[in-house]
Design a protein around this ligand. Structure first.
Ligand code: EPU
Length: 424
């Protein structure tokens, strides 16, 4: 296994490029299943474990994929199977994104239930509800979602989501684009990753209106064809890099971004005392002499993202005062707290609210976590901790951050990747 060994307390400076978005790349790749002819070309696809897992799943289904320099070519004209096996789905919950496209294109789909999640319950009832609304029969058999169209194809319908779900909106969209007639999705997720999926589907020939709003209108079409498409930047990676600047008292610039997608997070950096300057495609953060507390509540876009909650808690360990961090999306997503406390933080947790007492001097030791963003928060804490922090099991980090140690080292951090053996 690999670990990151971080020599803390180095100032960062300079410029770093944001990678392509993981959470946008995955639905784009699944949408390729809808294509009838030709080869899809997706650029700005990050080189990440999750991307490789979904490529493997597409390959298992019969697709041909080739990946070079962040460009992924996918040909799905020889799909021979509509079953997503447990071995691949359990590695990545986002594999459920193949449900909608397989059902729409082949009239049936068999997708393993994803199993447990490191940060509490993550139901998929809304994905199934959307498929049923579109006219599929759905059952759970032997740990698999078994979905079939009742007639020859799915039928347009009104889908009202009781709560906003990124994944269920994506699946509903990918099923509805080939359904007969009109589908209206209400309370749709408005995350940039969903708007990007809509744009890609339209580039393939779909007819989706209301992009970026909570009400999406889809007029079903007969077929979708190959398209070339460029993925958006990873707003969570960019915000994590900015946090690295803020936690180390540094000034850094992140380029290749769209600052408008990070308005809430940037406002929070300002509230914490950082100076933020945005330009077309770049964000510069200048840390203050002393950070001050800034409370956040994680909620759907455009509010503060749950995927930045763990990193924000790491930052608040260095801020003056008691900050309150509430996660309204995943109430149990707090794996990082005991580990941050082992580094010397003073964080209390009650229900879905963390209280971070700062500033605290952190001291390096061995830490590990069981999910991606929690691991990112430990790396950030390691950057400011005295001495050496070892972040173990970084395969979690590799799921979602492209060349993270290289990017941070280019800014002046001192991080090495080493392999180690765990005692079992
Ligand atoms: N929910 C349900 N039923 C469902 C689906 C979701 O109750 O059928 C609930 C969830 O339990 C949660 C809320 O709805 O409380 C929102 O979940 P959502 O469906 O929006 O999450 P997701 O699509 O499973 C994506 C990202 C997550 C990110 C969330 C929230 C991908 C691949 N994953 O998950 O990203 O935290 O949206 O923004 O896009 C990460 O990148 O670290 C990550 C976990």
């Amino acid at each position: 296994m690999d670990k990151l060994v971080i020599q803390g307390r180095h100032r960062l400076s300079g410029t770093v490029k944001a990678s392509g978005s993981k959470n946008s790349a995955l639905p784009l790749m699944a949408a390729a299943l809808l294509c009838s002819t030709g080869e899809i070309k997706l650029s700005r696809i990050p080189d990440l474990k999750d991307v490789r897992t979904l490529s493997k799943l597409l390959g298992y289904l019969g697709a041909e994929t080739s990946y070079r320099e962040n460009t992924l070519n996918i040909s799905t004209s020889n799909i021979r199977c509509a079953q997503a096996p447990y071995e691949l789905v359990k590695q990545m919950r986002a594999s459920i994104y193949v449900l909608g496209p397989l059902l729409a294109k082949f009239g049936r789909a068999s997708v393993s239930l994803p199993g447990g999640c490191a940060f509490g319950p993550r139901p998929i009832d809304l994905h199934l509800m959307a498929m049923e609304k579109l006219g599929a029969s759905v059952s759970i058999e032997k740990g698999f979602i078994e979905a079939r169209t009742k007639g020859t194809c799915l039928k347009g319908a009104a889908i009202d989501f009781p709560i906003t779900s990124v994944g269920a909106t994506g699946n509903a969209l990918m099923a509805a684009v080939l359904a007969k007639g009109r589908t209206i999705i209400r309370n749709a997720a408005v995350e940039p990753e969903i708007a990007t999926l809509c744009r890609f589907l339209n580039a393939m020939g779909a007819d989706i209106r209301g992009i970026g709003t909570e009400s999406l209108e889809i007029e079903g079409v007969e077929t979708l064809n190959a398209a070339e498409f460029t993925n958006i930047f990873d707003r969570i990676e960019a915000a994590t890099l900015l946090t690295a600047g803020a936690i180390t008292g540094s000034a850094i610039t992140v380029t290749d971004v769209d600052p408008s997608q990070l308005i809430t997070v940037l406002g929070k950096f300002e509230e914490a005392g950082c100076k933020i300057v945005t330009d077309t495609g770049s964000i510069t953060l200048q840390s203050p002499d002393a950070l001050v507390r800034s409370d956040v509540i994680a909620n759907p876009y455009p509010l503060f993202p749950t995927d930045m909650q763990a990193q924000w808690i790491a930052l608040m360990t260095q801020a003056e005062g008691a900050s309150h961090v509430i996660d309204k999306i995943y109430h149990e997503r707090f794996n990082h707290i005991p580990e941050l406390n082992r580094l010397g933080a003073h964080i209390e947790i009650r229900d879905n609210e963390a209280t971070v007492h700062g500033p605290r001097k952190l001291t390096g030791t061995k830490v590990m976590s069981t999910d991606l963003r929690a691991s990112a928060s430990l790396v950030l804490a390691g950057l400011v901790a005295e001495g050496v922090t070892e972040v173990l099991r970084i395969y979690h980090l590799d799921r979602g951050y492209e060349c993270i140690e290289q990017k941070l080292n280019d800014l002046g951090a001192a991080i090495t990747r080493e392999s180690y053996q765990e005692f079992l």
